[in-house]
Design a protein around this ligand. Sequence first.
Ligand SMILES: Nc1ncnc2c1ncn2[C@@H]1O[C@H](COP(=O)(O)OP(=O)(O)O)[C@@H](O)[C@H]1O
Ligand SMILES: [Mg+2]
Length: 288
Amino acid sequence: MEPTDDVAPANVLEARPRRGAARMPAPSIVMRDQPQVEVLSNPDLLQSRSAVDAVALERGGMVDWSRTRSRISEEFRLVQRQILRTAFGPGSDPGFSNLLMVTSARPGEGKSFTSVNLAGSIARQGDHHVLLVDADSKRDSFCYALGLAESRGLLDLVSNPKLDPAPLIVKTPIERLSILPVGRERERSAELFSTKEMTRLIQSLGRRYADRLLILDAPPCLSTSDPAVLAPVVGQIVFVVEADRTQRDEVEASLDLIQACQTITLVLNKQQISSRYTFGAYSSYYSS
Ligand SMILES: Nc1ncnc2c1ncn2[C@@H]1O[C@H](COP(=O)(O)OP(=O)(O)O)[C@@H](O)[C@H]1O
Ligand SMILES: [Mg+2]
């Protein structure tokens, strides 16, 4: 697909779901076109010790961030500015505001795409380290694409609180981006996610890595209780809405479930603009 310029101006707002007049703002991220991974041609990055190679990053949806003028970088930059302000700006709460959960109503709406690209974009362009946490144990989680399906991670840490998280964190060829895989205890994931240990673990990871942005790629709100359980312990949520697919009542039901979080940013994904498939900007309001 050709890069497109005919994307509506991006608009990033904060949503605080309230009964009666929930806001539905949306930043935007462009549909990726020809995936390229620039790090392959950068010898410095190739020399860095990492368990995730550049090809795996490409497979996982890591786009060509090096083309700084590319539309996708622009779109993610708009979203990330707001996220970083909430995470580290004036009035932020270190160890809490830096915990960001990405969720949506249903599977397939672009949570992992958003998490992975947001993480990469912030790590590449900002001053902040990003720890991308795979918190979705489904087979299409981004860890599978990155070849990390068999690595220990989040679920192992929950089932064994004595385990040190540091050795489980995987480096990537992008200097400020590292990954905590979902882990090996996936058959027990439903049970483990609902435990107090999971919320305690997320809180302790937030505090331990207070200087990093932790992006949790979570499951959908309407098929698991995980986002609702985690909502009170994360500082912010990015809620992905798929254009022409996610229904308004699904958005409303999901926002009700995660309303314990005070800062929810809605993004509209896969918007069709001028017959091209993009992640275009969009903003609207609705009342319940
Ligand atoms: N803006 C986008 N541009 C291109 N492909 C996208 C976009 N958003 C999602 N996809 C693709 O759609 C599929 C589902 O997205 P994914 O992020 O895995 O959904 P979820 O994590 O919500 O289940 C994946 O193949 C992903 O690469
Ligand atoms: Mg996913």
